[in-house]
Design a protein around this ligand. Structure first.
Ligand SMILES: Cc1ncc(COP(=O)(O)O)c(C=O)c1O
Length: 318
């Protein structure tokens, strides 16, 4: 039965960012003493965790007087950050340009255009590193453009320190492990710093794709680019996410728990389950960065892993 709960009322969609639900995944618990909880970031207004950092980066730039309405904000992004930036910029009166690899999923560019963003497409074979190079070049050519640069902007991890982590501690005060995928590393850095201040025994584990493998949204640091905000000392472990395994868990999430999440979420869950298998008692929180909508065209849930792998390999090469 649906029990009436508090209904929050907001003055703007920007105020509805964060405070995402945390749901126990009973069907993935490897043993009785090991509980796994998912933080559903797909429930943010544009459907991903990146709403948090887009708002934080823009508001920090406003406080630092780096931007004023009408100005162009440019950012290299494989999609989610761009969509969040487009929404925040639209509401706050900035013009937004997303620089992204030509092979990201069609849903992403459609959504960006719907929010009124300009799109600069870069060589798909060069992945997100190619987009970063092009965006940096454009920003250097146009001194009046502002580039928040999520890979190097302290407001990115700070958004997770201020928001994501306290929400986790509020919902699971006895959390023992935190697992998330690694993209810019902002989620892992910000959440880790706060959780370890709370209790230094809390273990923080990153899921990164096998070198040369593809899990959309994630990166392997050995590819050659280490985000400036990354701090190795805040991670206890990095575990490989195999893309076929990640896709299988993404399917199983929907089938066993009714949770429709993006493909990096299945990857993160595969790591959470692996960590849990080696323990007798644990409360593991895993972060699901986005919902499944932007991956529907891969037909993962209806046609299966092979077809989805092919669809994704067309889009992003790592
Ligand atoms: C779908 C998805 N999952 C996970 C991540 C990783 O998050 P972060 O950039 O905070 O490391 C990203 C970020 O690019 C993403 O788009």
């Amino acid at each position: 039965m649906l029990t009436p709960a508090r209904t929050q009322r907001f003055g703007s969609i920007l105020d509805a960012i964060g405070n995402t639900p945390l749901v126990e995944l009973k069907h993935f618990s490897p043993k009785e003493g090991v509980r796994i909880f998912a933080k559903l970031e797909g429930q943010n207004p544009t459907g991903s965790v990146k709403d948090r950092i887009a708002l934080a980066m823009v508001e920090q730039a406003e406080r630092d007087r780096l931007i004023s309405p009408g100005q162009v904000i440019i950012e290299p992004t494989s999609g989610n950050t761009g969509i969040s930036m487009a929404m925040v910029c639209k509401l706050k009166g900035y013009r937004f340009t997303a620089v992204m690899p030509a092979n990201v999923s069609g849903e992403r560019s459609e959504l960006l255009r719907a929010f009124g963003a300009e799109i600069v497409l870069t060589d798909g074979k060069k992945g997100s590193n190619g987009a970063i190079e092009v965006a940096q070049g454009l920003a250097a050519e146009h001194p009046d453009y502002y580039m928040p640069y999520q890979y190097g902007n302290p407001a990115n991890p700070q958004a997770h320190y201020d928001g994501t982590a306290p929400e986790i501690l509020d919902a699971v005060p006895d959390v023992t492990h935190f697992v998330a995928g690694l993209g810019t590393s902002g989620t892992l850095m910000g959440v880790s710093r706060r959780l370890k201040e709370h209790d230094e025994r809390i273990q923080v584990i990153a899921g990164e794709p096998d070198l040369g493998d593809l899990v959309q949204g994630l990166r392997n640091l050995d590819e050659g680019f280490v985000p400036p905000i990354f701090d190795q000392t805040l991670l206890d472990k990095k575990l490989d996410v195999r893309s076929d395994n990640g896709l299988r868990f993404t399917q199983e999430l929907l089938w066993r728990e009714g949770i429709f999440a993006g493909v990096s979420s299945g990857g993160a869950l595969s790591i959470a389950v692996k960590v849990g298998q080696a323990l007798d008692q644990a409360n593991i929180v895993v972060l699901f960065a986005d919902g499944g909508w932007k991956y529907l065209s891969t037909k993962l849930w209806t046609r299966g892993i092979d077809e989805a792998t092919e669809a994704l390999s067309d889009q992003l090469l790592w």
